[in-house]
Design a protein around this ligand. Structure first.
Ligand SMILES: Cc1ncc(COP(=O)(O)O)c(C=O)c1O
Length: 403
């Protein structure tokens, strides 16, 4: 962390620790900016990258993306509100998500959202009615849920989920009831956190073939194919990372092979995951039936992902060096065995009061957690941008929010 941040920023971060004395997230927005620039550089004009802000909707992060020309994918009224408040215009917003009521669709259209991804026949007919009532038109994509031979993923994989509907259902679409919307193509995304570009390419090829089949059957031109997200990050302490230039090549290959006009993706994890850290304090150390246990001030109340998907954010000790390491099992403060953050080798001399760093928590961290359980403090959020350290959110005690 010290090498990545540079000495000055690192020293300032240590001073924040002293001031808060409570867990907090830290986002390195300079690293984020450099990473996003690398992603966008050399991208074909007809391949568009959006940002799925469910990964991290913090305004400072949205502003970095906006300033680099990324549009934003929202999946709730709250996300839409946040994105509009950050100064992002409706035509730079797409809306995905299975939970769209007619009222919400109306709100999206009134807010000028450029493209709405339809996830059911009801959504298609409601959107048409809304457009007719408001005298407006909007672009839409049909979200298709494909069946796969096998496999599980946070986005469903082969499982039956509420994301979109299958091709057979879309074929039942009564297009006489969708005259007020412009259906521009299809959206299909069922595989998350994939690490190999070759695997992504196979998924994208199979997806494209089946979306084009549906496009033929429905006689709806596939001007836009949205492949969603799914680029993984390595949850370890290495610098290993999917090279986005390889992703660009794979997308270009698919676009050419299937003569696609436009490919879209909305990336969450890969865009922001690596630029976030979560700083956590050790409050107890003990041995239980031969196992070394660290109890920390923050747990799945602040970073729930380990409990949700069983995958742990990598951990290092802050400011501690030694020649010998020991295996520790890290737990949070909640009264549930679910509050487990993983097994890690750490310096054997770590002590109560020491700080540890959970790495790569920029995506699916703060807003994916369960902060209210047991009324512990809410974590702070700290950013560094252009070398300046800023504190948009200090930690909050439960007295701030309990009623
Ligand atoms: C529709 C949609 N697009 C994109 C994403 C972002 O996926 P990832 O974080 O794998 O890039 C998600 C995540 O749930 C999603 O639901």
């Amino acid at each position: 962390m010290k090498q990545r941040l540079g000495d000055e920023a690192y020293q300032r971060l240590l001073s924040v620790i002293e001031r808060f004395d409570a867990p907090f997230f830290f986002y390195d927005l300079d690293a984020l900016k450099a990473h996003l620039q690398y992603m966008a550089e050399g991208l074909e004009p007809d391949i568009t990258l959006w940002y799925a802000c469910k990964a991290n909707p913090m305004s400072a992060i949205l502003k970095v993306l906006r300033n680099l020309g990324f549009g934003i994918d929202v999946a709730s009224e709250g996300e839409l509100h946040q994105v509009l408040n950050t100064g992002i215009k409706g035509n730079h917003i797409i809306a995905t998500g299975p939970g769209k009521s007619k009222d919400y669709l109306k709100h999206l259209v009134k807010s000028g959202v450029g493209t709405i991804v339809l996830e059911s026949l009801n959504q298609a007919y409601w959107l048409d009615e809304v457009c007719s009532e408001l005298g407006k038109s909007v672009d839409a994509l049909l979200r298709v849920q494909l069946s796969w031979d096998k496999g599980k993923s946070v986005l469903g994989g082969d499982a039956i989920t509420p994301f979109g509907i299958d091709s057979e259902q879309w074929i039942r679409l009564d297009q006489s009831r969708t005259k007020n919307i412009n259906i521009k193509g299809f959206h299909a995304f069922q595989w998350g956190n994939i690490h190999e570009v070759s695997k992504l390419e196979n998924i994208w090829s199979a997806t494209t073939e089946r979306c084009l089949e549906l496009s033929n059957k429905l006689n709806i031109d596939c001007e836009i194919l949205d492949l969603g997200g799914g680029l993984g990050i390595h949850y370890d302490l290495s610098d290993k990372r999917i090279d986005f230039k390889e992703v660009q090549l794979a997308l270009t290959k698919i676009k050419k092979k299937y003569r696609l006009k436009k490919i879209w993706m909305e990336l969450g994890r890969y865009s922001v995951g690596e630029s976030g850290y979560y700083l956590n304090k050790i409050i107890d150390i003990k041995e239980v039936r031969g196992r070394n246990i660290l109890v920390c001030e923050g747990g799945i109340n602040h970073i729930a992902r380990p409990a949700l998907v069983g995958e742990h954010f990598p951990v290092s000790a802050l400011n501690k060096t030694t020649n010998s390491e020991k295996t520790f099992h890290i737990h949070g403060p909640l009264c549930t065995a679910l509050d487990y953050l993983g097994e890690f080798n750490l310096p054997s001399n770590v002590q109560i009061g020491d700080w540890i760093v959970h790495h790569k928590v920029g995506a699916y961290g703060f807003t994916e957690s369960m902060p209210y359980f047991l009324c512990h403090k809410l974590p702070g959020e700290v950013i560094s941008y252009n070398g300046d350290l800023m504190i948009p959110r200090p930690p909050k005690t439960s007295y701030d929010w309990m009623i």
